[in-house]
Design a protein around this ligand. Structure first.
Ligand SMILES: NC(=O)c1ccc[n+]([C@@H]2O[C@H](COP(=O)([O-])OP(=O)(O)OC[C@H]3O[C@@H](n4cnc5c(N)ncnc54)[C@H](O)[C@@H]3O)[C@@H](O)[C@H]2O)c1
Length: 249
């Protein structure tokens, strides 16, 4: 299957990531159905996708999309509370909370309902794809598809291949990423470390920044300045950590 043969993408779980993923997919021309647990949650996701800080209406105001493109995108978007209504999806992107047992249960349920030829992709932040794929029989059509927040804005998607993931599955996800003007990288699955590539490197930098802070080698502001002006980071390594100033200054 090629990306241009996808007739429907099912997004399992709205929320922060599912909504942003669904938004990116409909804006790129895919038909998308989001499944969450209640109509209220679905309504909240739709509202955020349209009017939220990184929503479609804001993209019009910033000149990234035209109103006509947004109107067309919204005709491709639907919501449901029934897993069965994702049955005909060609690709399922799972974005339920980061809980291994929950994700396994969700995939086992999906495996029994969704047509067997469909591909499953998990937006897990770091669980092993081999572990997650134990829940399904379609292990060759199972991969990680790790997006960054806000999903509509951030360009990177990490594609994680487990031991049984087929090359065709990886290529399909790469094509879907390209259709949304995202950059993709290939990541080999491992159960030895949590966080794939970008987060592992980022967390290592944050840990080192905290050590520098604890050793009182520089102030928090100066540590952040070091990376913003020395390496052109958009934000310093300690800017995202609440309470970093505790015990310092
Ligand atoms: N938030 C981030 O910055 C970020 C970035 C990258 C990846 N992730 C990963 O994305 C996933 C989702 O995270 P989030 O921050 O969007 O969480 P979230 O809590 O905002 O959204 C999860 C949604 O899933 C729904 N849900 C729960 N059980 C469900 C089920 N059985 N079927 C359908 N929907 C169900 C919840 O009602 C909720 O709306 C996690 O695996 C997380 O690690 C998060």
């Amino acid at each position: 299957m090629n990306a241009d043969q996808i007739e429907l993408i099912g997004v399992m779980g709205g929320g922060v990531m599912g909504g942003g993923i669904a938004q990116s997919c409909v804006a790129a021309g895919f038909n998308v159905r989001v499944r969450d647990l209640t109509d209220e949650l679905n309504e909240k996701t739709r509202e955020t996708m349209v009017k939220g800080r990184f929503g479609l209406q804001g993209a019009v105001e910033r000149g990234k999309l035209t109103q006509e493109q947004v109107n067309a995108a919204l005709t491709r978007l639907s919501f449901t509370t029934e897993v069965e209504e994702l049955r005909d999806a060609d690709l399922i992107i799972e974005a339920v909370p980061e809980d291994l047992d929950m994700k396994r249960k969700v995939f086992a349920e999906l495996d029994g309902v969704i047509k067997p030829e469909a591909v499953f992709a998990s937006n897990t932040s770091g669980f092993s794809i081999a572990d997650l794929s134990q829940a399904v029989s379609r292990k060759d059509r199972f991969a990680g598809m790790h997006w960054f927040s806000p999903a509509f804005v951030m360009r990177l998607i990490e594609i994680i291949h487990g031991p049984d993931t087929s090359e065709e599955t990886i290529q399909l996800l790469e094509q879907v990423g390209a259709a949304m003007s995202k950059e993709t990288i290939r990541v080999k699955d491992t159960s030895d470390a949590y966080g794939f590539v970008a987060n592992r490197i980022y967390f290592a930098a944050v840990a080192e920044a905290r050590k520098v802070m604890d050793e009182e080698i520089a102030t928090v502001d100066d540590i952040n300045k070091a990376m913003r002006f020395g390496f052109n980071w958009p934000a310093g390594p300690l800017e995202m950590i609440a309470g970093a100033r505790k015990g310092w200054q």
